[in-house]
Write a new protein. Structure first.
Length: 310
């Protein structure tokens, strides 16, 4: 064997040893973090992993972020990660890491936002919203999926709703609800539903084509897509101008369809939207009445029966 071949074999062997060593180190630190569950020194036991996210080699950063993503599925671990200062290095990795690191960091932030209202605000305050919107616009498919899910959970916090919209999330969310994968459409509709609670977002979503996109999901989407789209239309219908736009786009008719034949969640949300759409609108009220949709079942049940013919 020539000397150059020997060197190459030696380099490969060293690289394999480094990888194996990093895997062992990460596994040890994950076990250490898990051992802190419910103990007084739980925060300290997360710090080695967090240090690797901030200061480790490229492969170490990815592996540590992946480990934190898994640990954060536990609500107690999620709280410990945040309290130990884990959000800031994960957001930094989201901003400046490679695609693999960004995907792991985004997944970890998603899980941190899943369980905790304070975490949702803390993640936004650390500057995560803008890079998440950037991934939504131009990331690969895996990154887009992770980004949409994280934005959806961040949008559950009242203080984040307008911030997310101002960062430019509404238009790409609407586009994803039209052309994304099944999961992406469901998550985009969920994010829009949450964002549409804010009055300014309610207007912006309607003006950016959100009404038509939600109607399309109700017509041909999955059950979950229909549920989230109906919820979004219910929120949009609280705005006077949107009521007219929803009616013109054929929203009353599709909401009537799922109010009659949808699952229980779809019916509840469709009826909520229809209640707003019939208010001060005789044409919509006539459509709903003619279709036999009862908007107030309790009142209908309490009403006296019609007089019998003699």
């Amino acid at each position: 064997m020539e000397s150059t071949d020997v060197i190459k074999v030696h380099e490969k062997s060293l690289a394999a040893c480094v990888v194996k060593s990093s895997e062992v180190a990460i596994a040890h630190e994950v076990a250490l973090a898990k051992s802190g569950l419910g103990t007084s020194d739980a925060l300290e036991k997360f710090k080695p992993l967090l240090k690797r996210v901030a200061e480790g080699s490229e492969s170490m950063k990815e592996e540590a972020a992946s480990a934190l993503r898994s640990l954060a599925t536990n609500s107690t671990h999620s709280k410990s990660i945040a309290m130990a200062g884990g959000i800031e290095p994960l957001v930094a990795l989201l901003r400046y890491g490679n695609d693999f690191q960004k995907e792991r960091a985004t997944g970890a932030l998603w899980n941190l936002a899943l369980y905790s209202e304070p975490n949702r605000l803390a993640i936004a305050n650390c500057g995560a919203i803008e890079p998440l919107v950037a991934l939504l616009k131009s990331g690969n498919e895996a990154l887009k999926t992770e980004a949409i899910s994280t934005l959806w959970h961040l949008a559950l916090h009242a203080e984040n709703k307008l911030t997310i919209a101002k960062a430019g999330a509404i238009e790409p969310l609407i586009e994803t609800s039209r052309s994304g994968s099944r999961v992406q459409k469901e998550q985009a509709a969920s994010a829009l539903w949450s964002l549409s609670v804010h009055p300014e977002n309610c207007v912006a979503i309607a003006l950016t084509g959100g009404i038509e996109a939600m109607i399309t999901l109700i017509k041909s989407g999955t059950d979950l897509q229909k549920e989230q789209a109906a919820g979004t239309l219910r929120n949009l219908a609280t705005n006077a101008d949107n009521k007219l736009l929803i009616s013109r786009a054929g929203g009353v008719e599709v909401l009537i369809l799922i109010a009659k034949a949808g699952n229980e969640v779809q019916k509840e949300r469709a009826i909520g939207a229809l209640k707003s759409l019939v208010k001060d609108n005789p044409d919509n009220e006539q459509k709903v009445t003619k279709a036999g949709v009862i908007l107030d079942p309790a009142a209908a049940a309490a009403a006296p029966p019609p007089p019998k013919k003699k």
